[in-house]
Design a protein around this ligand. Structure first.
Ligand code: NAD
Length: 710
């Protein structure tokens, strides 16, 4: 079967339906481009063909470029050539002298939108599913199929920069309002009929930019407003990204420079910037992790094979606090019946009210109808009655972080649920195997570690206890996918993976304070490293007293197990601030003074930690923050806490925001090369302590000239 089926109607208007065989989505891969070229040939040569409608036979118009092909690019020249080749085809479409219309439904992204913008009109099916956008920046790329040139010429530079800089698609009504869509239509039949009618009504269209009097909507790069935007835009973007995402500024440069010349020359400018992005380390890291590794996780690489796929119909949640309420919301949205249990009916109702608040906001924004909201809410039953849990396929415990309370609710629940029910704990610190001792069915016991706020955070860390069965793991995994989140699977260990490695970032910042490093330099280093929040502010957010409690508990537990505890220099800081009541944001005071209007560093810090006469270089601080995390991730891998490199990388980015442009905590080592990592880690260890001594697994990789692979 061909990727494009082609028919011609009685008026000579062709209909090309893209339907890539064997793929759920249309992509601009070789299978698609070859028939597209043949089509363009025919459009140019066949006089009986009066126009063309390009449509899709799939549920979406087109997902975009073929990432596999981009991934194989090794040189800037190859990237430039590939980009130019695609654009020549698009240019021929718009210069063929006949009308070509894109009939769009569903997603029309990346190369798909670039193709649509090379058409003379874009009709969009307005059924709530249409999304038009250029998301390339999310993989560190720039739209290299004319997107940085046609989009600003259609919608204006400012709007185009926003769309390409953020990579977020727009919906049908917005696409029409900004001039990206030519018209909206109500039904699939009308979509094709109107597209064909457009061709008949516009026999000789010319793109706006091919008309002599063309002006950019809102002005080109010569207008004072654009000059001002150009003067400030790149520096503002760099201030936000610390130069870690070159695609952002390359997109701006391509848009501005391209606006000063004709479209053909502008296309070449774009291809040069595209080449720079395509071979940049940031893009390689992001494609490797956020495209390939994420896909392999979602395909179930960490899910035990041979266990039939499962679906949760009825979910029980114990504890309707912050986490329980969030888990109830995401599950009810995924059409699961939820029983939300707490110690008082009032507390359970409060947990349900959280969903009401979130849904009301969506209704207000027009993203949900009132009926949809009510249907979701109707699925959540708040209760204090354990009997209501009967028939649950899965129960998630999210009560206080207290072993005795957790044991009690486990027992009470097991008295009413079927023997096949999976029982999960959302504990953030307590080892799963220990909690499972309260269970009569430890094989059914698992950890499902959600992140706060649950509705926004994409990750769930699944923790496999000593007795957790493969079936339980598979069912937990299926549930996480069912609610639209990304599962990583780790073995049971103190702090699991995410909390353990995340702590090294924050604690390193605290350790720097004790050495007299200026707190502003510490915070700046975190942001420059690409972390979403600086270490001291982050510690305030998660609370100093909680962190101190966890480290004290760990010390006690290890002593009971007869193991030694390696104390971290940052702990003294936690204790010192907690002693004077500066326990974090909740108290309004920690490293910062927190007010309604924001945060300011607490001036008293300099008295507690006098500044050293000589301040270290920022690069040294950045290295410490990043090496501490990567090295701890490597230790987790070595100890078998982590089961795969993909889980390590995705878990780090989705779990605690490890600098995405680095591609994740282990990719940080891979990209640098283990030998270089080991050498630098040893330098850091000599200066700052044994916590930096490189993990044995990295030393071994360095010796063997290998990298982390799954
Ligand atoms: P929370 O204090 O907001 O909520 C706990 C809820 O459990 C309260 O509503 C309380 O009334 C209820 N509860 C207490 N004892 C109960 C019992 N015997 N039976 C039924 N309900 C009972 O706490 P939270 O922040 O939602 O945390 C819950 C769990 O999730 C903890 O184990 C915590 O470690 C873990 N966790 C928290 C976060 C976070 O960021 N807050 C993140 C991941 C995991």
């Amino acid at each position: 079967m061909d990727a494009i089926t082609f028919t011609v109607d009685a008026q000579g208007i062709g209909l090309a339906v893209m339907d890539l065989p064997g793929k759920p989505m249309n992509l601009l891969n070789d299978d698609m481009v070859a028939p597209m070229l043949a089509l363009v040939d025919r459009l140019e040569k066949d006089a009986s063909l009066k126009g063309l409608v390009i449509a899709s036979g799939k549920k979406d118009f087109m997902a975009g470029a073929d990432v596999d092909k981009l991934w194989r690019i090794t040189t800037a020249q190859e990237a430039f050539d590939q980009s130019m080749m695609f654009k020549r085809v698009l240019r021929r479409i718009e210069l063929c002298g006949k009308p070509v219309v894109a009939a769009i439904h569903g997603m029309c992204l990346g190369g798909g939108l670039e193709l649509a913008m090379a058409c003379h009109a874009r009709l969009v099916l307005n059924d709530g599913k249409a999304q038009l956008g250029l998301p390339e920046v999310k993989l560190g790329l720039l739209p290299g199929g004319g997107g940085t040139q046609r989009l600003p010429r259609l919608v204006g530079m400012q709007q185009a920069l926003q769309m390409m800089g953020e990579g977020e698609p727009v919906r049908a009504d917005k696409a029409l309002a900004i001039g990206l869509a030519t018209a909206l239509v109500a039904s699939r039949e009308e979509l094709l009929a109107q597209a064909q009618a457009w061709c008949v009504a516009n026999p000789k269209p010319r793109q706006p930019w091919d008309q002599p009097k063309f002006r950019y909507p809102g002005g080109d790069g010569r207008t004072p407003a654009a000059v001002q935007l150009l003067a400030m835009g790149p520096s503002m973007a760099s201030a936000k990204t610390y130069g870690n995402y070159p695609a952002v500024t390359h997109i701006m440069s391509s848009v501005f420079e391209g606006s000063l010349m004709d479209i053909d020359n502008a296309m070449e400018v774009e291809s040069r910037y595209f080449a720079a992005c395509a071979i940049s380390p940031a893009s390689r890291n992001m494609i490797g992790t956020l495209w390939y590794q994420l896909a392999s996780i979602k395909k179930g690489q960490s899910r035990p094979q041979g266990v039939p796929a499962s679906k949760v119909q009825k979910l029980g949640i114990l504890g309707a606090g912050m986490m329980g309420a969030g888990i109830a919301y995401v599950s009810a949205v995924a059409s699961i019946e939820v029983v939300l249990l707490d110690t008082s009916q009032e507390a359970a109702e409060r947990g349900k009210a959280y969903s009401q608040t979130l849904l009301d906001k969506l209704v207000k924004k027009g993203r949900r109808s009132a009926e949809q909201r009510d249907a979701v809410l109707a699925r959540i039953t708040p209760t204090t009655d354990y009997a209501a849990l009967a028939g649950c396929d899965l129960v998630i415990e999210a009560v206080f972080e207290d072993r005795a309370i957790k044991a009690e609710v486990t027992k009470k629940t097991e008295a009413v649920i079927p023997a096949t029910t999976v029982f999960a704990s959302n504990t953030s610190t307590l080892p799963i195997t220990g909690l499972a001792t309260a269970s009569a069915r430890p094989a059914n016991f698992i950890g499902l570690h959600f992140f706060s706020p649950v509705d926004k955070m994409p990750l769930v860390e699944i923790i496999v206890g000593e007795h957790t069965s493969p079936e339980t793991l598979a069912r937990g995994f299926d549930y996480v996918l069912q609610i639209g989140k990304t599962p990583i699977v780790v073995n049971d260990s103190r702090g699991f993976y995410t909390s353990r490695v995340f702590a090294t970032y924050v604690m390193e910042g605290l350790a720097m304070l004790t050495e007299g490093v200026h707190p502003r330099s510490i915070e700046q280093a975190g942001l420059q490293a690409g972390m979403p929040m600086p270490p001291l502010a982050l510690q305030d957010e998660v609370s100093l007293s909680l962190a101190l409690h966890v480290s004290d508990q760990t010390k006690k537990d290890l002593a009971a197990e007869g193991k030694t505890y390696a104390s971290h220099p940052g702990e003294a800081v936690l204790r010192q601030l907690c002693e004077i009541g500066r326990v974090g944001k909740k108290a309004g005071k920690g490293f910062y003074d927190w007010t309604e209007s924001g945060r300011t560093l607490w001036p008293g810090l300099k008295d507690l930690y006098p500044l050293a006469a000589e301040q270290p270089a920022q690069a040294e601080l950045i290295d410490r923050l990043m090496f501490a995390q990567a090295n701890e991730a490597a230790r987790c891998y070595e100890e078998g806490v982590l089961r795969s490199v993909a889980d390590a990388n995705i878990g780090s980015i989705f779990g605690w925001g490890f600098a995405p442009f680095q591609g994740g905590a282990l990719q940080f080592i891979n990209a640098m090369g283990p030998a270089k990592f080991v050498a630098r880690a040893r330098e850091l260890a000599a200066k700052h302590g044994p916590r930096f001594a490189p993990a044995g697994v990295v030393v071994k990789l360095a010796e063997e000239g290998k990298r982390f692979t799954d």
